[in-house]
Design a protein around this ligand. Structure first.
Ligand SMILES: CC(=O)[C@@H](O)[C@H](O)COP(=O)(O)O
Length: 261
């Protein structure tokens, strides 16, 4: 079965996107990527150090994996655009995850500034994946602006709190045509599976893997969960009912017994 996810003209078999921050040891990164089978990883441009390969996160990303620089640290559209241009000039390709976060307590994204940055960067030929607070109105505008996907948060970045925004994400999945990738807050493989069962195209996970007791083992667990959730979505989940419904209806012998004949 061909069930590839196509983003920016690139065909992906894996629907798990990984973040590369917070790992206790950078040497874990290539092992985690291999075990998760992720084909796209996001890196913060501020962690790209071209002058020192040992300190450069890009040195730990296996060949063939799509690098999606993110604009973390940006507080407005102009800063995000500048980071994206720098990343492309540094050889990081033309994918970019727009992350514009003026709030330092909950790390909530600024949806309006994100839309502005998307409009600018799409025109400059970037494959733009904006990270947003789930909102159908802004989702439609991002899609119209040419975003390659929309990435709503499930819960605050790094919180591991799960799909707190599930009902809002569901609206995006139902109404938008671009892929919906849940980004941030997913703390457990079961939550990744739930997002996929809902019809999300992929999930982006960082903290839950990087801070696990065994990050490599957790990467594998997420890969399996994402695949299970996707298969469940494609198979079509059965209806949810208010009341019980017997699995085996009364027929023949049992029906006669019931009537006392
Ligand atoms: C690396 C990255 O982009 C994260 O900021 C992303 O939003 C993932 O969030 P979690 O760390 O909560 O998985």
């Amino acid at each position: 079965m061909n069930d590839s996810l196509v983003i920016g003209g690139t065909s992906l078999e894996s629907r798990l996107v990984l973040g590369t921050g917070k790992f206790p040891d950078r040497h874990l990164i290539p092992r985690v990527i291999a075990e998760s089978k992720a084909q796209v990883v996001t890196v913060a441009l501020r962690r790209v150090n071209l002058a020192n390969p040992e300190d450069n996160v890009l040195s730990y990303i296996p060949e063939g994996v799509v690098v999606m620089p993110n604009t973390s640290g940006a507080r407005c559209a102009e800063e995000a655009v500048r980071i994206a241009r720098l990343a492309r000039a540094a050889g990081c390709g033309n994918w970019v995850k727009i992350e514009i976060v003026p709030d330092q307590v909950y790390l909530m994204p600024d949806n309006q500034e994100t839309l502005r940055a998307t409009e600018i960067l799409v025109k400059e030929g970037f494959v733009v994946l904006p990270y947003v607070l789930p909102d159908l109105v802004i989702g439609r505008k991002l899609q119209d602006a040419g975003a390659a996907a929309v990435m709503p948060l499930g819960a605050p970045i790094g919180s591991n709190r799960g799909l707190k925004t599930a009902e809002l994400i569901r609206m995006l999945v139902e109404e938008l045509e671009v892929p919906i990738i849940v980004d941030a807050g997913i703390g457990r493989p079961s939550e990744a599976a739930a997002a996929m069962e809902m019809g999300c195209a992929a999930v982006l996970v960082n903290t839950a893997v990087a801070t696990a007791g065994d990050p490599v083992g957790m990467a594998r667990a997420f890969a399996l969960a994402v695949e299970a959730g996707r298969r469940a979505f494609l198979a079509g989940l059965g209806p949810v009912r208010e009341y019980a419904e017997a699995s085996s209806p009364l027929t023949g012998f049992l029906a006669e017994l019931e009537q006392g004949t």
